[in-house]
Design a protein around this ligand. Structure first.
Ligand SMILES: O=C(O)CCC(=O)C(=O)O
Ligand SMILES: [Fe+2]
Length: 327
């Protein structure tokens, strides 16, 4: 018999019943998370060096720790530098030089055996890494960067279902979201909030929200039932694609830092066909698994080159805002 070291049957039952599951201490902060943090320290260092060389900031702020350094660099340059750290491309206006970070520490966590074991417990042993995936480095509300309209960029995440951010072809895809913080994410840092059992009620109307993508109007959300999910380093949240969720505002004085990854059974559509995923685990055909971080990185760079040449205004948004709910 094959041993599965992922979730217990009780945990899987809780996931299916509630639409989400928080597992405490599931990842090892030092072995699993610190290498990611180190890799991103390098990304920030290189970026600060570039901005300094271009005269956009007065110092590289190498003496500051990551959170303070990022806040300083963003505020002084007046730029939201989120895309420089993300391991996915934006949903529109992709150019040949759109920044993306596809380093080996990111690939390693996408293939983390414990994460794949948990996926195996929920969706079975044929596991595809869905390309809808992000790092979120959210500046404190009080120290963030605003756009021309004075709107905070990268603020609280509006209510939505992850099913709502993929194309309709993936509506029946068994896509699971895996969310974990790189640092402790208490309520005041803008942790996630979910509406338990909301995954049973089908896809809810979303409305376009400009730069923030799309969201479910608050009047359609049972906010009185919402539960905040403060989490610590090492904890992992698993989320059903139809569970209504969002985040609270970051009212702390530190960056709120998290990863969100997604997986689905190999044969099902990802909902973002234009972006590259990969076979993370296949018991049926182990030779199809991708183990090479460089190949993964190259697949994103090749995708960027191809899409940039094609023109791509809004190619994943499925919501036109014409429904009554958006009025
Ligand atoms: O981290 C956040 O604020 C939002 C994350 C989210 O919506 C997701 O992981 O699906
Ligand atoms: Fe989400």
């Amino acid at each position: 018999m094959m041993t599965i070291t992922g979730l217990t049957p009780e945990q899987v039952a809780e996931f299916n019943r509630e639409g989400f599951l928080v597992v405490r201490d599931y990842l090892d902060p030092v072995a699993d998370l610190d290498p990611i943090i180190q890799e991103y320290e390098g990304v920030l260092d290189a970026l600060a060096g570039e901005l300094y060389a271009r005269g956009e900031i007065k110092s590289t702020y190498a003496e500051l720790e990551f959170s303070e350094r990022l806040i300083q660099v963003c505020r002084e340059s007046g730029r939201v530098l989120a895309q420089h750290f993300d391991f996915s491309l934006p949903q529109k206006n992709i150019k040949a030089d759109t920044p993306i970070w596809t380093g080996p520490a990111v690939f390693n966590v996408l293939r983390h055996p414990r994460i794949l074991d948990a996926m195996e417990s929920i969706i079975g042993p044929e596991i595809y890494s869905n390309p809808v995936q992000h790092v979120r480095l959210k500046l404190p509300e009080s120290r963030g960067v605003q756009d021309e309209a004075g709107q905070l960029i990268q603020g609280a995440t509006p209510w939505h279902q992850d099913n709502g951010v993929v194309l309709p072809e993936a509506d029946e895809t068994d896509m699971i979201t895996v969310w974990f913080p790189l640092w402790d994410s208490p309520v005041e840092s803008g942790c996630l909030q979910v509406v338990p059992r909301s995954h049973r009620e089908g896809l809810v109307e979303h409305c376009p929200l400009g730069a923030a993508g799309a969201g479910i109007p608050r009047k359609l959300i049972a906010e009185n039932k919402a539960v905040p999910l403060p989490m610590k380093r090492g904890d992992v949240l698993f989320l059903h694609r139809r569970t209504c969720h969002g985040s609270l505002p970051n009212l702390s004085d530190r960056v709120r830092w998290s990863f969100d990854l997604r997986y689905n059974p190999i044969s099902q559509p990802t909902g973002r066909k234009a972006f590259p995923g990969f076979v993370a685990r296949s018991r049926a055909n182990p030779a199809s698994e991708l183990h090479d971080a460089a190949v993964w990185s190259a697949s994103w760079l090749e995708t960027r080159r191809r899409i940039a040449g094609e023109g791509n205004e809004t190619f994943f948004n499925r919501w036109d805002g014409k429904s009554e709910a958006c009025a």
